[in-house]
Design a protein around this ligand. Structure first.
Ligand code: TRP
Length: 73
Protein backbone atom coordinates (compact mmCIF):
# COMPACT_ATOMS: atom_id res chain seq x y z
CA UNK A 1 0.00 0.00 0.00
CA UNK A 2 1.24 3.44 -0.89
CA UNK A 3 1.70 5.87 1.96
CA UNK A 4 -0.30 9.07 2.00
CA UNK A 5 2.84 11.18 2.00
CA UNK A 6 4.17 12.48 -1.29
CA UNK A 7 7.69 13.45 -2.23
CA UNK A 8 8.01 16.30 -4.70
CA UNK A 9 11.12 16.48 -6.86
CA UNK A 10 11.77 19.60 -8.92
CA UNK A 11 14.59 19.36 -11.43
CA UNK A 12 16.93 22.34 -11.54
CA UNK A 13 18.82 21.13 -14.60
CA UNK A 14 18.16 18.88 -17.57
CA UNK A 15 18.63 15.17 -17.15
CA UNK A 16 17.89 14.73 -13.45
CA UNK A 17 17.25 11.05 -12.67
CA UNK A 18 14.77 9.87 -10.08
CA UNK A 19 15.58 6.26 -9.36
CA UNK A 20 13.21 3.98 -7.47
CA UNK A 21 14.75 1.18 -5.38
CA UNK A 22 12.96 -2.01 -4.48
CA UNK A 23 11.68 -2.96 -1.05
CA UNK A 24 12.66 -6.32 0.41
CA UNK A 25 15.74 -8.46 0.75
CA UNK A 26 17.55 -7.00 -2.18
CA UNK A 27 17.68 -3.33 -2.96
CA UNK A 28 17.78 -2.77 -6.68
CA UNK A 29 16.92 -0.06 -9.15
CA UNK A 30 13.49 -0.79 -10.63
CA UNK A 31 12.59 2.46 -12.32
CA UNK A 32 14.41 5.51 -13.60
CA UNK A 33 12.56 8.67 -14.50
CA UNK A 34 14.37 11.44 -16.28
CA UNK A 35 13.33 15.03 -15.58
CA UNK A 36 14.34 18.12 -17.49
CA UNK A 37 14.80 21.54 -15.90
CA UNK A 38 11.61 22.77 -14.24
CA UNK A 39 9.87 19.43 -14.47
CA UNK A 40 8.29 18.11 -11.32
CA UNK A 41 7.70 14.55 -10.20
CA UNK A 42 5.35 13.74 -7.35
CA UNK A 43 5.95 10.26 -5.93
CA UNK A 44 5.14 8.02 -3.01
CA UNK A 45 6.88 5.20 -1.22
CA UNK A 46 4.96 2.01 -1.97
CA UNK A 47 5.09 -1.71 -1.31
CA UNK A 48 7.50 -1.89 -4.25
CA UNK A 49 9.54 1.24 -3.57
CA UNK A 50 11.47 1.67 -0.32
CA UNK A 51 13.96 4.30 -1.38
CA UNK A 52 14.61 6.87 -4.04
CA UNK A 53 17.88 8.12 -5.35
CA UNK A 54 18.08 11.51 -7.03
CA UNK A 55 20.95 12.11 -9.41
CA UNK A 56 21.54 15.66 -10.64
CA UNK A 57 20.55 19.07 -9.35
CA UNK A 58 17.08 19.08 -7.84
CA UNK A 59 14.95 20.30 -4.99
CA UNK A 60 13.35 17.54 -2.96
CA UNK A 61 10.34 18.49 -0.88
CA UNK A 62 9.12 16.09 1.78
CA UNK A 63 7.78 16.00 5.35
CA UNK A 64 11.41 16.53 6.38
CA UNK A 65 11.57 19.87 4.62
CA UNK A 66 13.42 20.83 1.49
CA UNK A 67 16.80 19.42 0.58
CA UNK A 68 18.83 20.12 -2.51
CA UNK A 69 20.82 17.57 -4.38
CA UNK A 70 23.90 18.79 -6.16
CA UNK A 71 25.35 17.83 -9.47
CA UNK A 72 28.60 15.92 -9.56
CA UNK A 73 31.51 18.31 -9.93
N1 TRP B 1 5.68 0.99 -9.77
C1 TRP B 1 6.34 1.82 -8.76
C2 TRP B 1 5.71 1.52 -7.39
O1 TRP B 1 4.50 1.35 -7.31
C3 TRP B 1 6.16 3.26 -9.13
C4 TRP B 1 6.81 4.22 -8.17
C5 TRP B 1 6.26 4.66 -6.99
C6 TRP B 1 8.10 4.85 -8.28
N2 TRP B 1 7.11 5.53 -6.38
C7 TRP B 1 8.24 5.66 -7.12
C8 TRP B 1 9.12 4.82 -9.22
C9 TRP B 1 9.41 6.43 -6.91
C10 TRP B 1 10.27 5.59 -8.99
C11 TRP B 1 10.41 6.38 -7.85
O2 TRP B 1 6.44 1.44 -6.42
Amino acid sequence: MAQTEYIVIRAQEDGVNVIGLTRGNDTKFHHTEKLDKGEVMIAQFTEHTSAMKIRGKAEIHSAHGVVESEPKK
